[in-house]
Design a protein around this ligand. Structure first.
Ligand SMILES: *Cc1c(COP(=O)(O)O)cnc(C)c1O
Length: 223
């Protein structure tokens, strides 16, 4: 199957229930262009250098999402153009993104990454951390950030019930945030969850954005 066929098959399954972020990390520009020519405009990358190079060399109507772990010292490279940062997982990163947003005279859209997996290694805030961090004062200070919702990654497992339970917990956590801290915010409406192996489960559990790579572009080769 070609990239275009894969893309259309994935879109057919999603049926406009969630935004499709096509994850093109490690893939060459020609692969991105194949998806672009089939109508895809939203792409995700997880490395700052690769994201920046692709932004510079590919059509300017592409919306670039930063989906991976982001180091504070690299925010400046993507701040001028990034459409959404999915994995914001520390106060330091929030403050840095805000500073770079100010320098670029823009509000940078972000998602708060929450820890939902059983694994220790996955990044993200706990609910308690977030509730104590996000005071009215801090949110007022972060006026160059648009907090658009939450992002999470399920445990890497074949156990669908486990994945379903974790996505469900993210949706409930989102609901609690929406009712409390973000009750006045019309921007806070996105739940980024679901990848190639689990996007249909994620959509059933309320995902509004799925990040799909290998089901569209094929397996990745890491060197
Ligand atoms: C690579 C990656 C994806 C896409 O993974 P696939 O399994 O190839 O769909 C989604 N989200 C994040 C954060 C990633 O790093």
């Amino acid at each position: 199957m070609s990239i275009q066929d894969n893309l259309l098959a994935v879109k057919q399954q999603i049926q406009n229930r969630a935004l499709l972020v096509a994850v093109s990390k490690t893939k060459p520009n020609e692969d991105v262009m194949e998806a672009y020519e089939a109508g895809q405009r939203v792409f995700g990358e997880n490395k700052v250098q690769e994201l920046t190079t692709k932004y510079e060399t590919l059509p300017k109507d592409i919306e670039w999402h930063m989906i991976g772990h982001l180091q504070s010292n690299k925010v400046k490279y993507i701040a001028p153009f990034v459409s959404l940062i999915h994995g914001v997982d520390s106060e330091k990163l929030l403050r840095t993104i805000n500073k770079e947003g100010k320098k670029n005279s823009r509000k940078i859209p972000c998602l708060l990454q929450l820890h939902i997996a059983e694994e220790e290694s996955k990044f993200g805030f706990s609910e308690d951390e977030l509730m104590s961090l996000l005071s009215k004062e801090l949110l007022d200070e972060l006026c160059h950030i648009e907090i658009c919702g939450v992002m999470g990654m399920a445990t890497y497992t074949d156990d669908e019930q486990q994945i379903k339970k974790e996505f469900h917990s993210l949706k409930e956590l989102y609901n609690r945030l929406k009712k409390s801290i973000f009750s006045e915010s019309s921007e806070f409406k996105e739940i980024s969850m679901g990848m190639s192996g689990d996007y249909l489960i994620a959509i059933e559990e309320g995902s509004t954005m799925v990040r799909v790579g290998s089901s569209i572009f094929g397996a990745r080769n890491y060197h």
